[in-house]
Structures are given as C-alpha cells and as structure tokens.
Design a protein around this ligand. Structure first.
Ligand code: GLN
Ligand code: ZN
Length: 761
C-alpha cells in the first residue's frame, strides 16, 4: 500500500534555514555556506521519509524563500526592474525579487490561501518573454537520486500559477492572465522532459486553486492545459494535488475527466464533501491520494478512524489504487516534536508535528495493507482516549457558558451615536483626537529585562520596577507630544497573542514549534488544547499603573478573541466558533475588570479577523457572523461611557465592511497608508459609518518620517469622505518595530498636523 507526503517544512527543526539566510543576507556568510545548509536540510528530510517507509517522497518542496517565486524563476518571468539578462537566475536576482535591495523594492507578497504563509505574487503581462531559467526541480530530483532516494518532483501547476498572479503595472485591464497559458506550458514541457530524462516516474502538480469558487472559463483552463501537456507527460505518472478545502462538484467533474493524469490528491481533513464526491464516482484505474493526515494542525491523527475512512475509499477505488497522504503540504505545521523537551508529557502525547505525521502516514498505509503495527495503533488509541477524557481539556462551567451564547445575540443596549456623546462628555476630547495603536519601540534593554525575568535571573521586584519606569517614560513622552488618548506601550509583552495565551488556561506553548510565515520569518503559534478560561486578571495591574501616571485617558489594551483564535493552533475536537466563544468570555471578564479599575477607554485588537475568512463565499457569512458576535460578546457588558476601540491591520476589507460595522465598536483604527486609500473609497461609495474611525495617517512599516504637511494632506483627504466629528488621527499600527529617533519626530508631526487642521475647521 502506497504512502505519500504532499510537501515538507523547509525551515529546519531548529530554524537552521532562517539563520543561514539571515547570515547570508547580512554578508556574514557566503552563498556556499547557505547552499551547504540547504543541502543538509534536504538530505535529512528525504532520508527521514525514506527511513519511515514513505513511497512517494516529494522533492522541489524546498525553497530559499517561496515556492511561487521559485516557479516564477523557473519560467524566467523576472520583472525588468531586477536587471536580469538571461541565463540561470542567481541568488542575487532571486533575493532582490523576494526582498528588494538598495535600488529596487521587492515584489508584492500576499497570503497563501487561508494560511499564514505568504507568497511572492508573480507580475505578468502580454510582453513577458518566458524562458526556462531555473533547473531547480531537476537538480533537486538528481540530488535525491544521488542519495539513493527516488522522489516525486513537485511543481506548482500551470493554471494555479496564473490564477495566483497579478497583471504587471501598466498592463491593460482587459488583459487575461490565463491567456498566457500556452506560453508557460512550453516551459513546463521542457521541465517535464528533463525530469523524465533524469529518471522521474511520477510528477506532482499542485493545483490548490481548484478548491476556490472558479467560473466555467477558469475550470476550462485546466482541461485545456492538461490536454496540451498530455503528450509530454506520456510515460510519467501525474498526480494533481488539491488542498485546503474540498473541491466543488464542478471542479471535481472537470479534473476527474482529464486524460493523461494518473491520480488525484484531495484534502480529506477540511474537505468533508470530497468523500461524498468520490463515493458518487471516481474514474476507474486512477490513483486516489487520500489526504487523511492533517497538514494544518499539530494534533496526532486518530489512526483508527482514518483507517476506516481509508478502507471505505479502498472499496471504491480498488486495493492497489489508494495512496495514503497528508491533507496538504506539511509546510503549515511545526517541524519536529522531538525538540519539545519542556512540554507536558500528557499534552505531548496528543501531538504530531511534521516528522511525526510522516510516521503516521506510513503506519496507516501499512495497516491498510494488512500489516498493522498493533503497538503503534494502540498507543494512538490511548492518546486519543486520554485527550477525550482528560480533566485538563474539559471545564464544564466554561462549556456551559459558551454553549449558552450560541444562537443568541449580544449588543450594547445604546446605539453608537448616543454612546459617543456620553463618552465625549466624560473624555472631553478635541476634534480629530490623536492616539497610537499600542506598542512603543521595543528596545534591546526591554527585551533583556523580559528575558532575564523569564529565566528567573532578575527578581519580580526588579522586573516590575524596570517595566514601571518604561511605562512612565512612554507616558511622559506622549504627554510631551500632547497626544490625547495614551497607551502604556506594551513593554511587558513579547507578542500580542502569546501574552494572553500564557495567562489563560487551555493554552500550551512550544519551544520550537515554528511555522514559516514568509522568507525567513516564522511564527510560533500557541496550542489551544482545552476549554479556555481566565484564572485571574491579565492586564489590570499594568493598565492601572499606567493610568496612575497621567490624567489623560489611558487605553486598556487587549487582543480580541478572533485574533487569538486565528493566530493559534486550535482544537480539532470542537468547532472553531466554540473555542472562539470561550476566549470571548475570558476577554469579557478582562474588559469588565479594566472598567472597574477605572479604565475608560479599552482597545480590543482584532488584527487577524480577516485571516479566518473561509476560502469559499458560501462559508464566509457563517464565519463573519460568529467572529463578529465573539467580538461583541467581549464588550456588551460595559457602560455607555466606556469607549471600546478596535484595531485592524489590513485595509482590504471593502468586501467585509458591513461585518466591521456590525462589530459595533465605538472607534476603529485601521491600516490605510499602504493601500492607495482603498479604504476611503468604501465611504466615498456611500457606506454609512457613524462610529469613530482612525485610518492610519502614516506607514509604521517604514523608517521614513512623514512631514506635517504630508499628514495634514492625508487627513484632509479623509475629511472629504468622513464626518469631522468621527475622525481620529493615529499611525497605521503599533510602533514596536520602530526606533525612538523615528517615532518621536513622526508622532510630533502627526500631532502638529491634527492641530493645524483643528485650527482651520
Ligand atoms: N496593539 C498592538 C500593537 O500596537 C497591535 C499590533 C497589531 O495590530 N499587529 O503592537
Ligand atoms: Zn496593526
């Protein structure tokens, strides 16, 4: 019985690739040094899969930055500004495209489907001269072969590649990216021919866009592309791999009728409907790559339940045609549980990272062919049972409280205009009030204090003293700058989710559970394993300290439930919304405690609300409803005079603006400055917005200091579409990645701009 892995993390079990890349970028090591690390990582991954017994081992899933960029480079589709003039593309051009350099900015980066991985968006137009400019796929195949490992080269499929691209600047609106298919297929044919010559017997085309809402024209592109490739593919087994959701019925029909394709990979973890589609008909003689092991999460597989799904499928597609696989590339999960030396043993027994998932896939394949590893299966069953019955997972009271929220609605009793009036009486703010988003620069000294406190190298007393001093400094600075609504600067926080997760029950943290976000950037999501509750107040102490340093309003600063959920590995034993409601209740308690402590403005960040949006339209309303409801739950209990702010880090929410309004916050601050004022166009088109709103007046991602005139100009543009009395003046996001020499003049200009306009109104 065959086994297969869709793809594997490339960053390394201890982020070896990250450190090698950064040292190369800093000029501290050579290209050879970087390549050596890459070769070692690849060979250890291949060997590990081979040792585990995996039959179809992927190659070309390694990348120095991103697999979509790798495809762009394979096709020679380098935008002219990077000055490439033919030949095999080298690391300099490659990294210039990925990250920019002193003379050119990077290409655009965007989210890879609904994951936290980001890819480099290809820029294409009618004039792009494609050429076969990177032999990476073939080189990696040969590299593995030299180690005695026969791999399945993986390519991003041609149709998905185009659907994930954007038109280059200046290209006419009527231009269709899909019209480039014939041109890029010529290159794909060259690659395929070379892979065949090198001895490849299987090839995998990733076509994840098949799970999206595609129109007939887009679906047709798949039929056309693969029939055009058919003759080149002769003699090779082709698997078309889909993932991240189930495939809609139309798409299923289209791809299963492709000729020249040997098999299909489906995500059976997220795709509940796929099973029915397969039951309804699967082309005879084709392979089914059954993605039963979850590539998006860190939970150990329920082997016996997967086995029974596989047995059902085997009955449909035939004994020798089923291949056990992962639901998607393991890129989206953590690398190796072996390095989690500090994790509680019971919790650890419930988990499987990429390395462990490989073993699970193999165990399932063996069991399916009648060679069940009885000890492994019973250990799995024991872990599943312990997870189900463990008292650390279940908290009856929390379950009850969260269940009571379902189906009900929660809104503040008074409408937003009346609330704003009541708040203004208390706060007495000028028009165009100024504020910041929360964090102030995180200096090395601050990081040291936190690290040493965590390592118990300094006492609690010393720690509290140091943080108090820092808060005091930040408060005084804001008073000097004459900012209206202050923040404490978040010096006690490492990360906006981790900080809360560490204080809530139901969360666990890993030492090395890193997942690539983009390039060398990784995130380490907390693991939500149990019912969430708040043993004691989390932020009241520091917020009260901060408020005691000033007469001006001090914002309490919280991370919202949807963001905590979307930036964590979540439970798979209950629906996401249930976990979200539990977090919402914990945050609600915190909001109410802050209010009791005399904090009159409370900001609840929902930086990641949009990230959880399902890929398909039909599922989006449901998500938005419970996500927005969760946010409202956190603050329905406060008085009218308590002002609730929220903050969001993206501006492309034209499509979800009604949900944003439905959050019913008193004030929302949002990123705006990098987005050509897409946001303001919503209001220009007549969307009614009555709450306070602070579209960021300058970009905090850049060290550039904006001038007073420039900021005033921005505010004026906003005033053209928004009522004067609802507009706030603030930067785009938190200031933690900036330095004081940038922050001080930037904020000073921001306040000056607000004052200038006040004097003119
Ligand atoms: N309050 C957080 C900060 O200022 C918000 C961060 C974010 O939106 N990503 O750092
Ligand atoms: Zn932000």
């Amino acid at each position: 019985m065959a086994s297969h892995i869709v793809g594997y993390p490339r960053i390394g079990p201890k982020r070896e690739l990250k450190f090698a890349l950064e040292s190369f970028w800093d000029g501290k090591s050579s290209a050879q040094g970087l390549q050596k690390v890459a070769v070692e990582l690849r060979s250890s991954i291949w060997k590990q899969m081979a040792d585990a017994g995996i039959k179809h081992i992927p190659s070309n899933t390694f990348s120095y930055y991103d697999q979509v960029l790798d495809t762009t480079v394979m096709l020679g589709a380098v935008p002219p500004r990077y000055g490439w003039n033919g030949g095999e593309i080298d690391l300099d051009v490659y990294f210039a495209m990925a990250r920019g350099n002193a003379s050119v900015p990077a290409m655009e980066m965007t989210k890879w489907f609904d994951t936290n991985y980001h890819y480099i968006v290809p820029e294409l137009g009618p004039d792009v001269k494609f050429s076969y400019a990177s032999h990476k796929a073939v080189d990696e195949f040969k590299e593995a072969k030299a180690l005695g490992i026969h791999t399945v080269p993986v390519l991003l499929g041609p149709v998905s590649y185009l659907l994930l691209s954007k038109s280059a600047k200046g290209v006419e609106k009527s231009f269709s990216l899909l019209s480039l298919i014939h041109k890029i297929l010529l290159i794909y044919k060259e690659v395929v021919t070379e892979l065949k010559a090198a001895g490849a017997t299987w090839i995998q085309f990733d076509e994840p866009t098949l799970v999206m809402d595609l129109d007939a024209h887009q679906l047709q592109a798949f039929s056309h592309a693969y029939s055009e490739l058919e003759s080149s593919l002769a003699g090779l087994n082709v698997v078309i791999e889909t993932y991240f959701a189930d495939v809609p019925a139309e798409a299923y029909k289209t791809i299963t009728s492709l000729k020249g394709v040997a098999g299909y990979g489906f995500d059976l973890v997220r795709g509940t409907q796929t099973l029915d589609l397969i039951k309804g008909g699967f082309p005879s003689g084709k392979y089914l790559f059954a993605g039963v092991v979850d590539g998006r999460n860190i939970w150990a597989n329920d082997l016996s339940s997967s086995l029974s799904v596989l047995q059902t499928l085997e009955g449909i597609v035939g004994k020798d045609k089923i291949v056990v696989s992962t639901s998607c590339s393991l890129l989206h999960t953590a690398v190796d549980l072996v390095n989690e030396t500090k994790l509680d043993e019971e919790i650890k027994s419930w988990l499987a990272f990429a390395a462990q998932k490989v073993v699970e896939v193999n165990a399932l394949a063996k069991a399916l062919s009648g060679h069940k590893d009885v000890a492994f299966f019973s250990a799995s069953a024991a872990a599943q049972a312990s997870r189900k019955s463990s008292p650390r997972v279940t908290n009856e009271a929390v379950q009850k409280a969260a269940a009571a929220l379902k189906g009900s609605d929660h809104r503040r009793a008074t409408n937003v205009s009346a609330r704003l009036e009541a708040q203004q009486k208390k706060l007495n703010l000028p028009i165009l009030p100024t504020t910041t988003i929360g964090s102030f620069p995180q200096t090395l000294e601050l990081r040291r204090v936190r690290r040493e406190y965590k390592a118990k190298k300094i006492s609690e007393e010393e720690y509290v003293k140091a943080i108090k001093e820092e808060i005091n400094k930040v408060v005084k600075l804001q008073e000097d700058l004459d900012i209206d609504v202050l923040v404490h600067g978040e010096p006690e926080r490492n990360d906006m989710v981790e900080y809360f997760g560490e204080q809530l029950s139901g969360f666990a943290f890993t030492l090395n559970g890193w997942v690539q976000s983009y390039g060398s950037r990784c995130v380490k999501p907390p693991i939500i394993y149990g019912d969430v509750s708040r043993p004691k107040p989390m932020t009241v102490f520091w917020s009260s300290v901060a408020q005691s340093f000033t007469k001006r309003p001090m914002k309490g600063m919280l991370t919202g439930p949807v963001t905590i959920l979307n930036w964590s590995f979540v439970r798979n034993d209950q629906p996401r919304f249930e976990t979200c409601y539990q977090i919402a209740l914990a945050i609600k308690n915190e909001v109410e405690d802050l209010e009791k402590a005399g904090i009159t403005v409370i900001q609840i960040d929902e930086a990641a609300l949009r990230e959880g949006l399902p890929l398909r339209k039909s599922e989006q309303t449901f998500y938005l409803n419970w996500a927005v409801h969760s946010f409202r739950i956190t603050n329905t209990g406060v008085q009218d005079t308590t002002q609730i702010h929220t903050h969001m880090c993206y501006s492309n929410f034209n499509d979800i603006i009604h949900s944003i309004i439905d959050m019913d916050a008193d004030v929302i601050t949002i990123e705006n400055s990098r987005s050509d004022e897409k946001l303001l166009s919503v209001f220009r088109e007549g969307v009614k917005y009555g709450a306070g709103i602070g579209p960021g007046v300058y970009d905090i991602h850049s060290p550039r200091i904006p001038s007073t005139e420039e900021i005033a100009d921005r505010i004026n543009k906003m005033l053209a579409v928004l009522e004067t009395n609802i507009l706030w003046v603030n930067p785009d996001c938190g200031l933690k990645t900036r330095k004081y020499p940038e922050v001080k003049p930037a904020l000073s200009n921001m306040v000056a701009a607000a004052k200038l306009l006040r004097s003119q109104l």
